[in-house]
Design a protein. Structure first.
Length: 471
């Protein structure tokens, strides 16, 4: 009889646990004029989690493993300075779960529409409407003295809300990208560079950042684990397409940039690093250099040794050739970073087998460095100095295989004039990876290339070839 009671009690506990800890959706109506809303409670460890905007005054958030018994509060910004209050500004106790909540007032309204404070240069904040991913803010940092009479290189960085201003970040930390690059530009260490900080999508960040083509190769048990953590399947194909095909053309159209492959870079840290690696692989004609700090190879919130093997298998097949490229990896020794050394070593082997050398590749270890913005801030000048300097010049990459064969114009806007030739009636355009894009009749004398994305290409006629750059 005692055994039966024990078994029944255990079964009841398991069923109770399964019925309580499940997917919970929080919905809140907020005062007009609210720009953002965050949830903090027992289910988040009292960390501030950004909610999704359903309308001007309604926000929602679905958590995969929560319980309706856990208490919580709402804030208009990522700190208790913006906590909810009564209509008269009085104290509000911790909430118990309700299907729909109502906030009467805020202690202070967080204005995330205003750009972050810059310690050097200036920052534009853009609300970017996308056809591929959820709309979000993008912060564009311009160095001091920015003017349209010169062209700037562009570094696209993930987790844009963490790059510039600790007073507006969720954890009170920042990369200090503006201060570091401002100093490096001022002392001539790096070239003039714009930084595009793309905000992450809150609770959807992990799903947008884990490489989708890696996810597709995982066994079902690992997919299920990621699905639970990511609130659905990985969606990074849309994210990297958004960066390369929506954000980049917008930046090139609205800022004075060098839009070509040689002057377009990408970077990030943690999950923002692995999606930057993914973009580097998926868009090799767009990004020529990458800053990959504290890359979160595991995909989950513990030291899973299986997933990195699938990531590395993808890299073995897709990491771009080293021609005209430069890459930087690093990791620390605390927090998640303590696990990265083994997986980074495997990636180093892959990179080396692809032909990268000390001339265009660096991997560094930082003992004592943790997995946070304070640590990335402390060492960001190292990858910035390495990646944003000593750029390849066009004179070094546009030389034809035959010295008497020169393409004109080079840089190309719309029309490329063909050289005279007697060897073939057809010419071909290839990507830098050797993928054939199009064929053209050489009798045309010139060909329209306005449909090509900005970047570097190869024109081949017979056994002769030359490179050209599409602006």
């Amino acid at each position: 009889m005692k055994l039966k009671i024990t078994v029944l009690a255990t079964l009841f506990f398991v069923l109770f646990r399964l019925s309580v800890y499940a997917e919970v959706t929080y919905t809140v109506n907020v005062p007009a004029g609210t720009h953002d809303c965050f949830l903090a409670g027992e289910m988040t460890g009292w960390a501030f989690v950004e909610m999704n905007r359903a309308s001007a005054t309604v926000y929602t958030l679905t958590l995969a493993d929560a319980t309706t018994a856990q208490q919580y509060k709402y804030c208009s910004g990522p700190s208790w300075d913006y906590v909810e209050t009564t209509a008269q500004g009085g104290f509000v106790t911790n909430r118990n779960y309700a299907a729909t909540d109502y906030v009467a007032n805020w202690q202070s309204v967080w204005d995330d529409i205003l750009p972050p404070n810059a310690s050097s240069g200036t920052i534009d904040r853009i609300y970017f409407e996308s056809d591929l991913v959820d709309n979000r803010f993008i912060d564009v940092w311009k160095p001091s003295g920015y003017n349209t009479s010169q062209h700037y290189n562009v570094l696209y960085m993930q987790d844009g809300q963490m790059l510039f201003d600790a007073s507006t970040s969720w954890n009170g930390q920042e990369w200090n990208v503006d201060g570091t690059l401002g100093n490096l530009i001022a002392n001539g260490t790096i070239e003039q560079t714009i930084v595009v900080g793309i905000h992450n999508n809150g609770s959807k960040r992990k799903a947008e950042f884990f490489p989708q083509k890696v996810y597709n190769t995982l066994p079902d048990n690992l997919k299920a684990e990621l699905d639970a953590l990511y609130e659905g399947a990985a969606r990074s194909d849309q994210y990297v397409q958004f960066v390369a095909e929506e954000v980049k053309p917008y930046i090139d159209a609205h800022y004075s940039t060098n839009p070509d492959f040689l002057h377009t870079f990408i970077g990030g840290s943690s999950s923002g690093s692995i999606v930057s690696v993914y973009a580097f692989c998926e868009y090799p004609d767009v990004f020529s250099r990458g800053i990959f700090m504290s890359t979160h190879w595991m995909g989950v919130l513990y030291n899973n040794s299986e997933i990195p093997t699938y990531v590395n298998a993808y890299l073995q097949q897709n990491f771009p050739n080293p021609e005209y490229r430069k890459i930087y990896f690093d990791y620390g020794s605390l927090g998640f970073d303590q696990y990265y050394g083994t997986y980074q070593s495997a990636v180093n082997t892959t990179v080396q087998n692809k032909g990268y050398t000390s001339e265009n590749w660096m991997t560094l270890s930082f003992p004592g460095a943790d997995h946070n913005e304070t640590s990335w801030n402390a060492r960001f000048s190292t990858p910035a100095s390495y990646i944003l300097s000593d750029l390849y010049s066009y004179s070094s990459v546009e030389k034809p295989t035959n010295s008497d064969w020169v393409l004109s114009p080079n840089l190309v806007d719309d029309s490329l004039i063909l050289p005279e030739t007697e060897t073939s009636d057809t010419c071909f355009i290839y990507t830098m990876l050797g993928e054939k894009i199009s064929a053209h009749d050489t009798k045309q004398k010139s060909i329209n290339v306005s449909n090509l994305k900005p970047g570097m290409y190869i024109l081949k006629i017979g056994n002769r070839s030359a490179r050209f750059v599409k602006r």
